[in-house]
Ligand binder design. Sequence first.
Ligand code: SF4
Length: 243
Amino acid sequence: MELYNSTIREVKESLASERSRSWAYEPSAAWRDLGQNELVLTRDAAYELGGSALPASNFTCVTTDASLVPEDRITLVGPDLGEIRADSPFCRIVLLHVNDISGDDQEAFRTIRDMEFVKYHVFPEGYMMRVSPENQREQVRVSKKALKKGISFRNIGNSFIKKYKEKGLVDHVSIYFVTGGRELCKGLADTAKKVDTITLTLNHIMDGLATDCSVCSFKAVCDEVEGMKELHFKKGEAPMRLD
Ligand code: SF4
């Protein structure tokens, strides 16, 4: 599964030039999980990541190339939860190395879909995520109480990695939290859109809809993303010519 590899490289390169802090995975540092959504009311919230219409996004990229995600790691670019004083731009990025799916495209696709749903099953106390699948927005209301207890991105990153690790196919998880930089977060929101388009195109291909590349609405994506056209041809439903 190499469809997201160039995006993973771009993201890693662009974030490598930013000042960051990072931590290895430590399951015991995961934040308390409530097992269900908690409602954090405005009056109980200290601030909202992505609030006040600031950029806020999330995306997940899956790869079978171990060298791109060689270890479990949490990286923070920008201020930590305890250092933020008001609504802030935000982005959460998950890079996953998965094993044993390279031989079967349908399985790879199911795995990608499966991974997308993990974010709906992480419920850290005092950290209310509101995710919009339509526009990749992810806003987070952080409670004053959780801040008093010392909640940090290291805790939240460990909570996410722990959840991903419940999936047998996941080898390594690298999670990034980006806060503060409006332009940086705006650029990452564009990347989130691009990743979503790749997944939509994959969806289209897996539905087995044969069409003419020259009139296909996904042509721009297939022209840009390495391996996408080959995937469609490999399915034995070579794009049909209408002329
Ligand atoms: S390979 Fe051609 S037909 Fe298939 S999704 Fe891409 S552009 Fe469309």
